[in-house]
Structure formats: C-alpha cells, structure tokens
Design a protein around this ligand. Structure first.
Ligand SMILES: [Zn+2]
Length: 170
C-alpha cells in the first residue's frame, strides 16, 4: 500500500485521526507520518487511536527517531505504569487525574515488581537516570498525541522526585 500523502513511499504508519465526531483513517509512510505527528503537536487536539497493525508501535518508532534519548521500551513502560497508577487512584464518576508524585511512585513500584534488583539497570539501559526523564517521556507522549494532556501537567511535576540510587534496591 502506498502512502496517501506522497503516493511514493510504502505506507507503514496507520493512524486513526479523531477530531470532534469525525474519524479519518490515514495510511502514511514514516516521513509523512512524522509530519502528521508534528501537525498534531501544533494544534494539540488530535488524538490517535489504535486501528490496523499497531500504530502505537509505529508512532513510538517515530518519536524515538526524532528523540533518540530514550528507548521504545521506556515509552511502553511509562504507558503501562501510567495506566496502572490511574486505575489505582481512579474514582467512579471523576475524571482520572494523578499527580506527578503519584505517577513517580507508581513507576517505581512497577519497575521493582517487573525487574526486581535489575530495576535501576533496566531503566538506565533505556536512557532513564532520574525522575525528570520520566517527565520528558510523558511530555513526548503528549506531544505525539498518544497521551491526553492533563490541565496542570508540567515538566516541573517530575523534578525533586526520588534519587534512583535510594529508590531502587540493588
Ligand atoms: Zn508519504
């Protein structure tokens, strides 16, 4: 299948764009997919959903290509930790909102649960060395439209968290 935008390259990014009540399916190459994500960044109202052959993975590839600081697994880990933490604090009838500190605790628990004594080494291998790195990853996910931005979220929420040496037993 050829890219709908340039009609030249193979479409490898399959996106569903939801704006208001309209849903449009787009099949794009990585180059046009990246432009699409950049456009999503600037208007901030596009949400991308999962239809077709795992577009989340594709979008993550695009993020990692434009910001090589963190591995793709780092994003998957943060997404899992976020979902888990949201569920933990979720109250029926209320919009899900967790603070930066709650999310940092949730990520630490998930890392220790998943990797035990290898938790810090695993995070380090993905490019995560301090709590601010989690904030950067969240920021990239929001920018790419993979995560809805909470009203008050800032990168500052992730400063002054725990020290990795103290937080993760080795
Ligand atoms: Zn294209």
């Amino acid at each position: 299948m050829l890219c709908q935008e340039c009609n030249e390259r193979q479409a490898t990014v399959h996106l569903t764009q939801i704006m208001g009540d309209k849903m449009t399916k787009r099949d794009l190459c990585e180059v046009c997919g990246k432009e699409f994500v950049d456009a999503a960044k600037s208007n901030g109202r596009v949400s991308l959903d999962t239809i077709g052959s795992n577009p989340t993975e594709m979008l993550l590839s695009i993020i990692v290509a434009s910001d090589p600081r963190y591995a793709k697994d780092a994003y998957l880990f943060v997404q899992e930790g976020l979902t888990r933490t949201l569920k933990m604090y979720w109250e029926p009838g209320k919009p899900g909102h967790i603070s930066g500190a709650q999310l940092l605790d949730g990520l630490r628990e998930l890392a220790i649960e998943s990797f035990g004594k290898r938790a810090k080494a695993t995070l380090n291998a993905w490019g995560i060395f301090k709590c601010e790195d989690f904030g950067e990853i969240i920021f990239n996910l929001v920018e790419a439209g993979l995560l809805a931005k909470q009203e008050k979220d800032t990168k500052a929420d992730f400063q002054g968290g725990y020290e990795f040496d103290a937080a993760f037993p080795s």
